[in-house]
Write a protein that binds this ligand. Structure first.
Ligand code: HBI
Ligand code: FE
Length: 291
């Protein structure tokens, strides 16, 4: 059986109407605490000089460390003092409407489970390391904290307009896999990259993927892959610019992209602000499957 379809130990935990569960922090085993410490120490090292300033500063402000699996309530008390966000435990992916409602109310749903040893380097589901090491630091940066609340509200609206797939792409290429221009180079803010040692290096330094300037409509039309590195990364100039671009009425944006063809994940399109045209050598060699 494919290990990633195994249910994690919180799968049957009693849950509230909003899908939150009890993190039951006392039930983490010594092995699970040790796994967090090894994931943290390794990724903290790789992230130096590669993660954006805001994320690195927040990691210390939030006292994220290699001292066992974080206690979400205690972490939330620190985060809430900075931007009003809290981190709430869930068992696994929650329905979109529940997810958006949490974000719209400054609650980030984080998986309570930690990946099994067999998936130490890569897993598709968001475990506690992906969510807390990857997403939580950015929630301590006020402009990004505002963006995430706006995304939650936008998501609720997108569902009523049947435009969720467009908005999910925007989330994917920013919140999960976004790059930012910083310190004369490119840095990472996307959680899916920051929580993966291999993709942290690949996204910034490998010749394979495209790197293209951010454009809302372009992102909404671009397909993505969920089981390997990205074939294109989009680059923002600042978090303020990202928030600015997304504070427009998406209703008009949706109608402008409606009916226009999608872009393939590896495509470079007419009008793109190309920062790096990828060789796609990694994907031509079969990607993760070929590794
Ligand atoms: N649920 N727990 C959790 N975490 C996510 O990141 C998440 C989710 N549900 C839906 C979802 N993400 C995405 O499909 C949203 O972009 C809609
Ligand atoms: Fe995520």
């Amino acid at each position: 059986m494919d290990i990633s379809t195994q249910k994690n130990r919180y799968h049957d935990a009693p849950r509230a109407a909003d899908f939150t569960i009890d993190q039951a922090w006392d039930t983490y085993s010594a092995a699970e605490h040790d796994r967090w410490d090894r994931l943290f120490r390794r990724q903290k090292e790789v992230a130096k000089g590669r993660a954006c300033e805001a994320a690195l500063k927040a990691m210390s402000a939030l006292e994220l460390s290699a001292s066992g699996v974080p206690h979400m309530d205690r972490l939330s008390d620190r985060l809430e003092r900075i931007t009003g966000w809290r981190v709430v435990p869930v068992a696994e992916l929650v329905p979109d409407n529940i997810f958006f409602d949490h974000l719209a109310n400054r609650r980030f749903p984080a998986g309570a489970f930690i990946r099994p040893e067999a998936e130490f380097d890569y897993l598709q589901e968001p475990d506690i390391f992906h969510d807390i090491f990857g997403h939580v630091p950015m929630l301590a940066y006020p402009v990004f904290a505002d963006f995430m609340e706006a995304y939650g509200k936008g998501g609720q609206r997108a569902m009523t307009l049947g435009q969720l797939h467009n908005l999910a792409r925007l989330y994917w290429y920013t919140v999960e896999f976004g790059l930012i221009r910083e310190a004369g180079g490119l840095r990472i803010y996307g959680a899916g990259i920051i929580s993966s040692p291999q993709e942290t290096v690949f996204a910034l330094e490998d010749d394979s993927p495209n790197r293209i300037g951010f454009d809302v409509q372009r992102l909404m039309r671009t397909k993505y892959i969920i089981d390997d590195f990205q074939q294109t990364y989009f680059v923002i100039d600042s978090f303020e610019a990202l928030l600015e671009a997304c504070y427009q009425d998406f209703g008009t944006v949706y109608s402008e992209v409606k009916g226009k063809p999608d872009y393939e994940a590896a495509e470079v399109a007419q009008g793109d602000a190309v920062i790096h045209r990828g060789t796609h050598a990694y994907f031509d060699a079969g990607g993760r499957r070929g590794a």
